[in-house]
Design a protein around this ligand. Structure first.
Ligand code: PMP
Length: 460
């Protein structure tokens, strides 16, 4: 860090030179949007260049699962960088770190998973997964079976294919997305059910009926795969309604449609289970991993391929030569070293258990503090994920006319009080996904600040 630069100078360069992702470009350039230059972090706290210390109740972008400032991971990265910063993984090359990590990942995945392909981000892991699904169906002589079903409000990345899979309007608008191979079905979002008097079980039946109708309309022989997050994340932090995954999987099996479990958020402990697949009894053909794989100490993702697909992929290369898919940075040694140290730390600190225990506490406390507020429609969560949905009228389940404004104001107030939450897109939803090492005292602080900010913005 160049301490010679003044904060004002850096802030000006930032506005002039840096294209920030997911940012209001014009407002930022005019100096009207939030700007924060982050300098350090320890445990669940980050610190900025103005010396402000904030409890990060969103773990960056739900990724710094072990918390900030872990020397074990920093040292593993430094050691790897000194020994061998880079070598590629093409044509059979590897490093001790990448091979060890592949082994460790498979030990933690559901049974019947066979191999791990490493990339850099959740988006590229999902690109890989869709390419593998297409490759698979081409080898099987089913070139028509290519469409991918995703859910509205699902989040799977922001590339061309993955931005198409993402079921949020902002990611499509003006980008000419979604691509034609992607079709969307109902979000399993009970609070936003179409009829107020539906029970959870009835809503699940409704989601299943919508899926079956879509398959019927499009033709099962044109549909290759279904992709879903075990718990909807960016689309609102929404655990599935009762019986959802069992019923969906039954439909997919009936129509020979592959299941891709996008565990970028849920992988490695966030739900209080090692994977969301284990948590909800999913038997996926492919699993997408990123974030918690390295706790974001270095960029690394994983596409985990199930046994059934793997056999077919192998057969494809016997016929066609090496698989034509690879990134320069696949299995980057520094990312892999970070991954090994991170997974060891998750075990050593018992973070999966802590996520379940403290996550349940956080959810209970949040519900007790806010569920009865006249502008709180729903408090929901699972493990170390929690959401508070704000509404104009609780009884009528009427949402605010300009989605995002109220949640934005609450989140802004919270930052003033020293806690970071996230205003989730497409609604007024306060999202919480703290590091898995959160303590009960820190959970209390999150609830206290959230409650105070909700009362200040929306009254009592
Ligand atoms: N899948 C899910 C479930 C995600 O939450 C995200 C990122 N928030 C992605 C994929 C994309 O990951 P990345 O931003 O690393 O490309």
């Amino acid at each position: 860090m160049n301490k010679m630069l003044t904060n004002d100078q850096l802030a000006q360069w930032d506005r002039e030179s840096f294209f920030h992702p997911s940012t209001h470009l014009a407002q930022f350039a005019r100096g009207e949007a939030p700007q924060r230059i982050v300098t350090g972090g320890e445990g669940v706290f980050i610190e900025d260049r103005d010396g402000k210390r904030l409890l990060d109740a969103f773990a960056g972008l739900y990724c710094v699962n072990v918390g900030y400032g872990r020397t074990e991971i920093a040292e593993a990265i430094a050691k790897q960088a000194h020994e061998l910063a880079y070598y590629h993984a093409y044509v059979g090359h590897g490093t001790e770190a990448s091979i060890t990590l592949a082994h460790m990942v498979l030990e933690r995945m559901p049974k019947n998973m066979s191999k791990v392909y490493f990339g850099m981000s959740g988006s590229d892991a999902n690109e890989t997964n869709i390419k593998l699904v297409w490759y698979y169906n081409n080898i099987l002589g089913r070139p028509e079976k290519k469409k991918i079903i995703s859910r509205w409000r699902g989040y799977h990345g922001s590339g061309l294919m993955t931005g198409s899979l993402t079921g949020l309007g902002l990611f499509h608008k003006k980008f000419d997305l979604p691509l034609s191979q992607v079709i969307h079905t109902e979000a399993p979002y009970y609070f936003r059910r179409p009829e107020a008097d539906m029970t959870e079980a009835q809503f699940t039946a409704h989601c299943v009926a919508e899926l079956e109708a879509l398959i019927e309309r499009e033709g099962a022989d044109t549909i290759a795969a279904f992709i879903g997050e075990p718990v909807l994340g960016t689309g609102g932090i929404v655990p599935p309604p009762e019986g959802y995954w069992a019923a969906i999987q039954e439909v997919l099996r009936k129509h020979d449609i592959l299941l891709i479990a996008d565990e970028v958020v849920t992988g490695f402990g966030r739900l209080g289970s090692i994977t969301g697949s284990e948590h909800y009894g999913l038997e996926p053909d492919l699993i997408t991993l990123a974030k918690g794989l390295t706790s974001a100490y270095a960029p690394l993702s994983g596409s985990v391929v199930g046994e059934r697909m793997w056999k077919v992929l192998e057969q494809g290369t016997d016929e066609n030569g090496p698989i034509g898919h690879g990134w320069t940075y696949s299995a980057h040694p520094i990312g892999a070293a970070a991954g090994v140290a991170n997974l060891e730390l998750v075990d050593k600190l018992g973070l999966v258990t802590n996520a379940g225990d403290v996550g349940a506490y956080l959810n209970t406390q949040m519900r007790d503090a806010l569920a009865q507020h006249p502008h709180v429609g729903d408090v929901r969560g699972e493990g170390m994920l929690c959401a508070v949905e704000l509404v104009e009228d609780r009884e009528a389940r009427r949402f605010y006319e300009h989605p995002g404004k109220i949640a934005g104001a609450v989140v802004g107030k919270m930052v003033e009080k020293g806690v970071i939450a996230r205003a989730m897109p497409q609604g007024d939803i306060l999202g919480f996904a703290p590091p898995l090492c959160l303590s009960r005292e820190e959970a209390d602080r999150v609830v206290e600040v959230t409650t105070a900010a909700v009362h200040e913005v929306l009254g009592d």
